[in-house]
Ligand binder design. Structure first.
Ligand code: 13P
Ligand code: SF4
Length: 304
């Protein structure tokens, strides 16, 4: 049944000149039909270079908006219209414009998990895998980092030569994990390495053997000589790693590390996008797009 639907999707995407992009949190059966899968940074770069005239983004809304900003001539479809990122909605343009007045001269560095509207008042965009590199590279010493306080704290530690002002937003999924959860998981699996996403709290990241993006965590685990790993990001990554290396052991840091938004997209949703019966086409006002895309293009220029 799944194989039949995947075959139909592969035929339709080729016939209709569609590129399917999938975030690493998507289920295995979607990754298998995607032209490309990866973390937020890799998806943003791929969005710019994909040759197809249409893109289906299997992920959350800000990821589809990023594709549209970088490739306005393309038809961009978000595979499940309900899939948003709660962090992206936490801060709005008006509030940040007021905060900027309180910190004149500061560079506004916005996590890519923000709306297109909010990006219009940001100087630089970052992803979890590019944030340290970008914050080091930008000319300004003073940085107003929005919205994720945990990613901001992690970057601040790696870039001590800069002065950071952090605001208190964050990912409800990763921020729910406490130091006691990490200590408990380490006690249960004493031989395992702990790999966590920087959206986790500093007291959790501080216990980790590796801190990095979804792709970073997967690459680390796949290339490591170690046999056991506790995975401190969305639990789909535990499953992907277990498929790729059945000889190693992967444990979720917590059974609560589930992003319900990322879980919304299904293989039938992807099929429905291709047959015109589902998904949502992304439209952005040109004035918003032109302003918002600048911070993303600066990130790609500095991030390589
Ligand atoms: P990545 O940058 O690792 O893709 O993370 C995006 C995200 O939403 C993690 O929760
Ligand atoms: Fe947003 Fe967190 Fe889900 Fe990532 S895991 S999409 S940051 S809510």
């Amino acid at each position: 049944m799944i194989k039949d639907l995947q075959q139909k999707i592969i035929e339709l995407k080729k016939r209709n000149d569609v590129c399917i992009l999938a975030h690493s949190y998507m289920p295995e059966e979607i990754l298998e039909v995607a032209d490309f899968s990866g973390d937020s940074y890799a998806l943003a770069v791929k969005a710019k270079t994909a040759p197809q005239s249409q893109v289906i983004m299997c992920g959350v809304r800000f990821m589809a908006e990023t594709v549209k900003m970088l490739s306005p001539q393309k038809r961009v479809i978000l595979s499940n219209p309900q899939a948003g990122c709660p962090m992206a909605e936490q801060m709005d343009k008006e509030v940040i414009s007021e905060v900027k007045k309180m910190y004149p001269g500061y560079a506004v560095v916005a996590y890519i998990n923000t709306t297109a509207d909010l990006k219009t008042v940001a100087d630089y965009c970052v992803t979890s895998s590019s944030a340290v590199k970008i914050c080091r590279a930008i000319p300004q010493k003073d940085i107003l980092f929005i919205p994720d306080i945990n990613l901001g704290a992690y970057v601040k530690k790696q870039v001590p030569e800069k002065n950071f002002k952090l605001l208190s937003g964050g990912c409800p999924t990763h921020a729910r994990i406490e130091r006691s959860d990490a200590l408990e998981a380490k006690k249960l699996h004493p031989s395992a390495l702990l790999l966590v996403h920087p959206e986790c709290r500093p007291e959790v990241a501080g216990l980790a053997d590796y801190v990095g993006s979804t792709t970073g965590i997967m690459d680390f685990a796949l290339n490591s000589d170690a046999e056991e790993f506790i995975i401190g990001t969305e639990n789909s990554i535990v499953q992907h790693l277990q498929y790729r290396r059945p000889d190693k052991k992967f444990y979720p840091l917590s059974k609560d590390l589930v992003c319900h938004n990322m879980k919304l997209t299904t293989l039938p949703d992807v099929y429905a996008c291709l047959t015109g019966g589902g998904g949502e086409e992304i439209f952005l006002a040109e004035e918003t797009r032109v302003k918002a895309v600048k911070c993303i293009e600066r990130m790609i220029a500095l991030g390589g």
